[in-house]
Design a protein around this ligand. Structure first.
Ligand SMILES: N[C@@H](CCC(=O)N[C@@H](CS)C(=O)NCC(=O)O)C(=O)O
Length: 208
C-alpha cells in the first residue's frame, strides 16, 4: 500500500490514525509539495490528498471513505459501532464535521487570504463564534467517556482530532494558514484538552 501525502495534512493524519489503530503496515508515504499536484492528479484524477493506492491497484480518495474502507478491510479493532443506530450517530457526526463545522474555519481562511488586512472583522467574529460554540458540543460528547462516541477511539475521533488538536498545540514548522486559523480560534475545555492528549498517545504507522 502507498499513500500520497503533503506535509502537515490533516486529512492524511486521519488515515494514518486509522492504520495505526489497526496495526497496518504502509509500504510508502509518497511525499508531494503543496504547490505541485501534477503527480497526485496523474494517479488519481484530482488534486487532493490523501490518495491511497491499494496492493491491487485501486486508487482511493477522500479521507473518511478511506477510513471506512480500512475498517472494512481490517475489521479489528472496529472503528464504527456494530449497532446500526449508533453507527448512524457516528456517520451523522462525520457529515456534520466535514460539511458544517469545517465551513467556518475555511471561510475565515478564505476571507484572510482574499482581503489580508482589509478582511471583514465582523464576519470573521461570527465564524469564530461558531467555532467557540461547537467546542462546547464536543466537550459534552466527552462527558462520562474517553472518546467522542464511546470508551475506545473510533471514526468520529479520527475525523475530528487532526483539526481540533490545534486547540492545544502547533507544529513549529507548520506554516499552513488554515491551521493558523484553528490555532487562533479554538479554545479547549479541560475535557477536550484531555481527549487531545489521549488521541495524541494513539499509535501511528511507524514510517508515518
Ligand atoms: N475531502 C477531502 C479533502 C482533502 C483535502 O482537502 N486535502 C488537503 C490536504 S489536508 C489538500 O490536499 N489540500 C490541497 C489544496 O487545497 O490545494 C478528504 O477528506 O480527504
Amino acid at each position: 500500500m502507498r499513500i500520497h501525502t503533503i506535509p502537515h495534512s490533516t486529512n492524511v493524519h486521519r488515515v494514518a490514525l486509522a492504520l495505526g489503530l489497526k496495526g497496518v503496515v504502509v509500504d510508502e508515504w509518497v511525499q508531494h509539495t503543496p504547490e505541485d499536484r501534477a503527480e497526485v492528479r496523474a494517479v488519481s484524477g484530482q488534486d487532493l490528498v490523501p490518495v491511497l493506492e491499494t496492493d491491487d491497484g485501486q486508487m482511493l480518495i477522500d479521507s473518511m471513505p478511506i477510513v471506512a474502507w480500512i475498517d472494512e478491510t481490517w475489521p479489528a479493532p472496529p472503528l464504527y459501532p456494530a449497532d446500526p443506530a449508533a453507527r448512524r450517530e457516528v456517520e451523522g457526526f462525520i457529515t456534520f464535521f466535514n460539511h458544517v463545522w469545517k465551513v467556518a474555519p475555511n471561510a475565515i481562511d478564505a476571507e484572510r487570504q482574499r482581503h489580508g488586512s482589509g478582511a471583514d472583522t465582523e464576519r470573521i467574529a461570527a465564524w469564530a463564534a461558531q467555532l467557540r460554540g461547537w467546542q462546547h458540543g464536543f466537550d459534552g460528547l466527552l462527558y462520562g467517556r474517553d472518546y467522542l462516541f464511546g470508551d475506545t477511539p473510533g471514526a468520529a475521533d479520527i475525523c475530528a482530532y487532526p483539526f481540533l488538536r490545534f486547540a492545544t498545540s502547533a507544529d513549529p514548522d507548520d506554516d499552513d494558514l488554515f491551521h493558523g486559523v484553528l490555532i487562533d480560534h479554538l479554545e479547549p475545555t479541560p475535557r477536550l484538552a484531555a481527549w487531545i492528549d489521549r488521541m495524541a498517545a494513539l499509535p501511528l504507522p511507524p514510517n508515518f
